[in-house]
Ligand binder design. Structure first.
Ligand code: 13P
Length: 239
């Protein structure tokens, strides 16, 4: 099984989501790829209706680790459970860098998701400066150290180099394979590891041929339904 996941970030109204899902269901019927979309919180309720009975899975982009309380603007695992999400993204680089989420907080989020039986897509990745300093492996190790024992069957890890996100630049296929192998070595359980960072219709087939890659987490290109369909097909064919 391979995975093509789309993270919409802070994009997509409910109306956009409806039109998108209808179109995607028309365009693809993957045989060996699990497809999931991560719309904003405001579209989750609608999404759960739109995808009911289809092959499409969906998840949230973030959540708080407490079940309820005085945390203005936050969403709890109990609230996500109400929509029956298939996944929650934890530790996306934008959460780490813009919203200053640290390794301890992210561990608490993984534990909270597990308490509520929500599978996690846990994101890791080095910055350009860290790669240039030759410490990519150390950074990935640090990002995984608190969760490597608790991530378990059903969870997924996404390797997303920060410098490849939204830049149009990707590592070489060899570098992607090396980093993903390292992540797999660090994990206690045998989990799928996805690549993320400037995946598009032009490079999806090459990435799909990297044997260590179990799938992709697509940002910008997942907002264009025709392009996302091409990426799904690239992974469906290169098995
Ligand atoms: P882009 O595909 O836009 O580079 O974003 C990747 C990403 O952050 C997915 O979570």
């Amino acid at each position: 099984m391979r995975y093509v996941f789309g993270n919409w970030k802070m994009n997509g109204t409910l109306a956009f989501a409806k039109e998108y899902v209808d179109k995607l269901l028309e365009l693809v019927r993957p045989a060996s790829v699990q497809v999931a979309l991560f719309p904003p919180f405001t579209a989750l309720g609608g999404f759960s209706d739109f995808v009911k009975g289809t092959f499409l899975k969906f998840g949230a982009q973030n959540m708080h680790y407490e079940d309820s309380g005085a945390f203005t603007g936050e969403i709890s695992p109990v609230m996500l459970k109400e929509f029956d999400v298939d996944y929650v993204l934890i530790g996306h680089s934008e959460r780490r860098h813009i919203f200053l989420e640290n390794d301890e907080m992210l561990m608490k989020k993984v534990e909270a998701a597990h308490r509520h039986d929500i599978p996690v897509v846990f994101c890791v990745g080095e910055t350009l400066e860290e790669r240039r300093s030759g410490i990519t492996r150390d950074i990935l190790k640090r990002q995984l150290i608190l969760v490597q024992d608790i991530l378990s069957t059903g969870d997924i890890v996404a390797y997303e180099p920060v410098w490849a996100i939204g830049t149009g630049v990707t590592p070489t296929m060899e570098e992607i394979g090396e980093s993903i192998s390292w992540v797999k070595e660090l994990l206690k359980a045998e989990l799928p590891v996805l690549y993320g960072g400037s995946v598009n219709k032009g490079n999806a087939a090459d990435i799909a041929r990297v044997s260590e890659v179990d799938g992709v987490l697509v940002g910008g290109a997942s907002l264009k339904v025709e392009e996302f369909a091409i990426i799904i097909e690239a992974f469906d064919q290169n098995i």
